[in-house]
Design a protein. Structure first.
Length: 194
């Protein structure tokens, strides 16, 4: 079968986007190749024309999702300078906490899945995570992160990811809001002096 120019790349991206949504919402074990193909509006055969396994699609979803986060952080830094953490914490504990899981942040929703995965997946995740931390730790004035800023970034990301997980897990909406507010304020407090 001959593809029109750009069609193969578009289909590949559509499969990655669909896989990302499915893995975020249902986890790695919660969806099969047929479900991934259906979400991408392709046949299972077409899926295998792009990925040799569900695990390969999971790898692509991890890379894509974490790269999406790194790019979003870079844009926030450009827009808000060193005050970007305030905007990010508010967005993360607001919209990213309450959106459908299929649209959630890859860092929050895929991390538990990666923890259950093989060494190759964890190595890929680690490499992408380190890129995020490096970007998020940059001071807009110096552009070079120091260890103190890297430590603040690790703490902030862990609080945000954990905070979203806790806030999503409770049934009481007021308690969810209370958790979100506490985490948002803690992250903002960590970065106030920057």
């Amino acid at each position: 079968m001959r593809y029109k120019q750009g069609q193969k790349e578009q289909t590949h991206k559509r499969i990655i986007d669909a896989a990302s949504r499915c893995f975020r919402k249902s986890g790695f074990s919660g969806v099969g190749v047929d479900g991934l193909a259906k979400e991408a509006s392709v046949t299972s055969g077409a899926f295998y024309g792009h990925f040799d396994s569900k695990l390969a699609a999971f790898s692509a979803a991890i890379s894509s999702g974490l790269e999406e986060l790194r790019i979003a952080i870079t844009h926030l830094q450009e827009e808000h300078g060193n005050k970007w953490w305030t905007t990010f914490a508010s967005f993360y504990m607001g919209q990213k906490r309450t959106c459908d899981l299929s649209e959630s942040c890859a860092l929050q929703s895929l991390t538990p899945e990666v923890g259950r995965a093989d060494q190759a997946i964890r190595t890929l995740y680690e490499a992408e995570l380190l890129k995020i931390v490096q970007s998020a730790s940059k001071d807009t004035a110096t552009q070079e992160p120091d260890q103190a800023m890297i430590n603040k970034t690790w703490a902030s990301l862990a609080m945000l990811v954990g905070g979203v997980s806790l806030a999503r897990a409770v049934s009481d909406e007021r308690l969810s809001d209370e958790i979100a507010t506490a985490i948002e304020n803690a992250v903002i407090s960590i970065h106030k002096a920057e």
